[in-house]
Design a binder for this molecule. Structure first.
Ligand SMILES: [Zn+2]
Length: 806
């Protein structure tokens, strides 16, 4: 072992003057240290508060705000009309919403039309639930012609809702915001570029409306800039979470033209890893560039009956509209001919702005951070504050909290969901704040406990350098794998290393070492605290471990400040040391206690009741051929209400291929007197070993979708056409090896032409359709008040199927 370790901030306490008797030293030093700690923590808290206040949403503007401004109060009037009831694509309620939207745009004097067509899913994405997916869509498209256009700006939102809720936020927010932006734009001077307002249909079903517009609308032929407006919750800041590739110029416009620019290049990377999709996806593989924005907090109501206008935080609507209007104006005057840069930007919010730098700087910065931390380690050793062994141990041990905090956060959530199983079906709890704070307290408890345990042996300097080393290394890893997220660890590591170097090189008796390490930690706070706060709603409590990880990284950047809460290393002896060590256990104990209390408060406060029901998933499937019916649920561990319907596990892939091949909970049900869709043969011809069937699939009741599958043991599908357009014939797994799903089928039915190579004498086809709502079914008992509906595309679905041998 080398010299006894002294912390980076070793000199903070006053050197006792010659007149101070030895007995007083121990008292003077801790007091000075605590004072420095308090000052540093107050400074960091102020910086943190500033960062978080900057994420606040703006107050909604009143109805009498100037016509050229965005007023959430005016927009909210449209929200109330649009989200008066559920309006799924193809429903009469959706016709009314479309009529309202069309009328509003026409009322502004805009050239307005309805694009009425059949379109496939964007990029033929999943097809997982049954096969090739299409929809009949009716997009509302309006144009504000530019004075001297260099291109087109598209403001996009979807006006349809899910079947389970009125879509007060998703996406009446986006639709109404666009109507209000259109109002504002038509009152001022005309923009240079064309502005096109695109209110799409069937986003919830298959992104088919956006796909139809992007692929075949004349106004889309030359591409342009797309601004897509979404909501996946009811509140919180509007986050610009997705961009087209090579986004540097777009992000630059976003940073200067959006009044409240909240967006991070890290969000883009997270979003790519999530199984979500919006209309924006439909534009990405076409000749468009653009930005995708949404507010996402309050996710508990997402896609549920609770997503009502009343649930909307109108401040979020104001921010959505402010940003959309600012961006529309800026893109309306910018030369749009060359908006693609050669690279992506790194960007993140800071108080009063958006930091951005080109992506090609990411790796050099990451390597610079590694060099800076290495230099700090070298100087730390040379100054005798840590031995090589201690530095190595500090590096190894710093991995402890980095691993332990996320694991503990996940275990905490497992424990909470074991106590309250209903959480499993929610994106986020109704009142997640207590659990979020519990996770942060838990991360703090782990960091403080770890620090109190290893600090005396390894020394504060080696631990601080070890923590920074992990941040710098993570920065290099991220720079290679997830470049948009590298700034999260690179910049705090770089700042920490520079702060440490300054602290080591300045006079140890003055205030500068503390100022330097506090300033460095402030960089970590500015970058990582908003990240933690935005990660919680983005990923939900089920992935709270990610926020815990970032919180611990933040803690590691602040270790020299945390150290001030501890007695000076190597100083005290005897009783004073013991007292000091007890004091050091205080932050850890307090944080652990806070974690337990906060989790307990969460459980006590966030109970299920009529206004915050425990969501349940149920659907009903009837085989009209055999007369057999079943209740089905996708809950893996059915809740008490669902348990009244399902008693075992079943695969329905053979009987209801349109419902996908996932394993479901199932139970017997009474057969309802409901007709399966009719399948009429319009023509049946054979030539050259191929049989061509022209069919009409006609639902016999009001349905949301219809599906048709072919038993590929009876015939191979060579070609298929739906409503006159070819669809891919990629085989699916299982008996029904070919399938198609048609959303919003018109009452007169859908024409399907199949070219088959027969294997058996007869080809077997399975037709299914699905409506929404179980209330009228025999044996259905309405949910008690505290039991709700899961926000899923199959919730409350009523499917009827039968086989047609032809
Ligand atoms: Zn949605």
């Amino acid at each position: 072992m080398g010299a006894p370790p002294t912390p980076v901030t070793a000199g903070v306490p006053l050197r006792p003057g010659p007149g101070v008797p030895p007995a007083d030293r121990a008292l003077t030093r801790p007091r000075r240290r605590l004072l420095a700690a308090a000052a540093a923590l107050v400074a960091l808290a102020a910086v943190g508060a500033g960062s978080l206040l900057d994420l606040r949403t703006p107050a909604p503007r009143p109805a009498d705000a100037p016509a050229g401004e965005f007023s959430a109060t005016r927009a909210y009037e449209d929200v109330q009309v649009i989200a008066a009831r559920s309006h799924v694509a193809g429903s009469p309620a959706n016709d009314q919403v479309r009529a309202h939207v069309e009328q509003q745009l026409r009322g502004l004097g805009l050239e307005t039309e309805v694009q009425d067509t059949v379109a496939p899913e964007a990029g033929q994405l999943s097809g997982a639930a049954g096969g090739a997916t299409l929809a009949r869509v009716r997009n509302v498209v309006a144009r504000l012609p530019g004075t001297d256009p260099t291109g087109r700006v598209f403001l996009v939102a979807h006006y349809d809702s899910v079947q389970t809720g009125p879509g007060g936020n998703d996406d009446a927010a986006g639709t109404s915001a666009i109507l209000e932006v259109a109002r504002a734009l038509t009152t001022g001077p005309r923009p240079r570029n064309d502005i096109v307002f695109v209110l799409t249909d069937a986003e919830e079903a298959c992104l088919c409306g956006a796909a139809a517009f992007a692929a075949s609308h004349p106004l889309a032929a030359d591409g342009g800039v797309v601004l897509n407006l979404e909501a996946r919750g009811s509140t919180g800041p509007v986050i610009m979470f997705e961009t087209s590739k090579n986004n540097a110029k777009l992000v630059d416009v976003f940073g200067r033209a959006a009044p409240h620019p909240v967006g991070t290049s890290f969000a883009v990377e997270i979003y790519r890893a999530l199984p979500n999709d919006t209309d924006f996806t439909a534009f990405l593989d076409q000749k468009f560039v653009g930005l995708n924005s949404a507010y996402i907090d309050g996710g508990a109501i997402y896609h549920t009956p609770l997503d009502t206008p009343a649930a909307m935080d109108r401040s979020s609507l104001q921010q959505h509209g402010d940003n959309a209007l600012g961006l529309a104006r800026e893109f309306g005057r910018t030369d749009l001919t060359d908006l693609r840069s050669g690279y992506d930007a790194t960007y993140f919010p800071v108080p009063r702005g958006l930091v951005r730098y080109p992506g090609w700087l990411v790796l050099p910065l990451a390597l610079l951070a590694v060099l800076a931390v290495a230099a700090l380690g070298w100087l730390t050793r040379r100054s005798g504050r840590a031995s090589t062994g201690q530095l190595a141990a500090g590096f190894g041990l710093a991995l402890g909290p980095i691993v332990a905090a996320p694991v503990a956060a996940q275990l905490l959530w497992l424990a909470i969901t074991a106590i309250r199983p209903g959480y499993a079906e929610l994106l986020d709890p109704y009142r997640p704040i207590w659990y979020r704070m519990a996770v942060l307290a838990l991360a703090a408890a782990i960091l403080f406990t770890w620090y109190a345990l290893v600090r005396r042996r390894i020394g504060p300097a080696a631990l601080a350098v070890g923590g920074l080393a992990w941040l710098a290394l993570l920065g290099v890893l991220l720079a290679v794998a997830v470049p948009g997220g590298a700034y999260l660890t690179t910049l705090p590591a770089l700042a920490g290393a520079l702060g440490g170097l300054v602290a080591l090189r300045t006079r140890q008796t003055g205030p500068w070492p503390v100022v330097a390490v506090t300033a460095a930690a402030a960089v970590g706070v500015v970058i990582l605290l908003p990240t933690v706060v935005l990660l919680f709603p983005a990923l939900g409590m089920a992935m709270g471990g990610v926020a815990a990880l970032v919180a611990v990284l933040l803690g590691l950047t602040a270790l020299p400040v945390v150290d001030l809460l501890h007695p000076q290393a190597g100083g005290q002896r005897g009783l004073v040391a013991l007292r000091a060590r007890r004091l050091a256990a205080l932050p850890a104990g307090a944080a652990a206690l806070a974690a337990v209390v906060l989790a307990g408060v969460g459980l006590a406060v966030d109970r299920f009741d009529a206004a915050h029901p425990a969501p349940t998933h149920l659907m009903y499937a009837l085989d009209a051929g055999t007369g057999q019916a079943r209740w089905l649920s996708h809950e893996t561990d059915p809740q008490p209400w669902t348990d009244g319907y399902v008693d075992g596990v079943a695969s329905v892939a053979d009987d209801f291929p349109g419902l996908g091949d996932a394993e479901l909970r199932a139970g017997p049900a009474q057969a309802a007197n409901l007709p399966a869709p009719k399948l009429d043969v319009l023509a049946d011809t054979s030539a050259g070993g191929e049989r061509t069937l022209r069919l009409r699939l006609t639902p016999q009741r009001a349905v949301r979708l219809a599906t048709l599958h072919v038993d590929t043991a009876t015939a191979t599908v060579v070609r298929a056409e739906v409503a006159g357009r070819p669809v891919p014939v990629e085989p699916r797994a299982g008996r029904w090896g070919f399938g198609l799903v048609f959303h919003a089928p018109p009452p007169e039915g859908v024409e399907v032409t199949l070219t088959l190579r027969p294997i058996a004498a007869q080809v077997a086809l399975r037709a299914m359709d699905a409506s929404d709502g179980l209330d009228a079914l025999p044996g259905f008992r309405p949910r008690p008040p505290a039991v709700g509906v899961v926000g899923s595309h199959s919730s409350e679905m009523l499917a009827v199927a039968r086989t047609y041998p032809l």
